[in-house]
Design a protein around this ligand. Structure first.
Ligand code: MN
Length: 253
């Protein structure tokens, strides 16, 4: 039996999590281990300085008072009797594309799964507006099933973004690369009622660089975007360049 660990960063009560768990049930034995509250933009944070508690919500559904990464670690090393065959994180309420990928708790949970030797998939519905996860759930099922049929392997980490349109209007699936954000007025500075300055991260909505191979372009044209991620962060080209710099400590031989 295929063991599937499902988590998210929107918290245990999120509609997208339920839709995902429901859609994956026909593919294996699904266990949900998710944060007990919203953890969006938690990135790859780990809780190291306080104890973590697991609470059973219902059969096969557990909440953790920690981050998405905590959930995957606890699931794999403490709670599940068997190492899962697959980690699926989502369905996030909001896109996880381009540069934003590094902030994402949804993607971080999938990265953690991959680090633990389990093929992992992050799934996001690319809208901030109130969302119907019905169509996204159907797509999640189709995508995960075809990944399994093609033999997604242990080193793989894939980020999927689904356009917020009815299933019948989706044009297909595109394998994409991460797009590039253009941020505008990222920090807003204002004065509070007591005369002190405060700052708000956000400002105007960021836009995207045009790139027909990107995740953003695919989703905006009505395609499901599938981006395989590389977790190797070393810049091998820069190694060659920097070796030629002859870096030395003063006084060292
Ligand atoms: Mn989220």
């Amino acid at each position: 039996m295929m063991e599937i660990l499902v988590t998210n960063d929107d918290g245990i009560h999120a509609d997208g999590l339920r839709a995902l768990a429901r859609s994956l049930k026909p593919l294996g034995n699904v266990t949900v281990i998710a944060p007990d509250r919203e953890q969006s933009a938690a990135s790859h944070a780990l809780t190291l300085h306080r104890p973590l508690r697991i609470k059973k919500v219902e059969e096969g559904v557990l909440s953790v008072d920690g981050t998405p990464t905590d959930c995957v670690l606890l699931g794999v090393h403490a709670f599940l009797k068997q190492k899962p065959n697959l980690v699926v994180s989502g369905i996030n309420h909001g896109p996880n594309m381009g540069n934003d990928t590094t902030y994402s708790g949804t993607v971080a949970a999938a990265i953690e799964g991959t680090f633990l030797g389990i093929p992992s998939v992050a799934i996001s519905l690319a809208t901030w507006d109130s969302a119907d996860f019905g169509a996204a759930g159907t797509v999640a099922h189709e995508i995960v099933k075809s990944f399994l049929d093609h033999g997604i392997d242990a080193g793989m980490c894939v980020s999927v973004n689904i356009p917020p349109i009815p299933r019948a209007e989706m044009k297909g699936i595109r394998v994409t690369r991460l797009g590039k954000r253009i941020y505008h007025d990222v920090i807003v500075e204002k004065t509070d009622p007591r005369g002190k300055l405060y700052y708000w991260i956000g400002g105007e909505d960021p836009t995207w660089e045009q790139d027909e191979l990107s995740d953003f372009n695919a989703v905006s044209e009505g395609f499901v975007s599938v981006t395989p991620l590389m977790l190797e962060l070393t810049d091998y080209k820069a190694i060659v360049e920097m070796e030629s710099w002859g870096l030395k400590l003063a006084g060292a031989i």
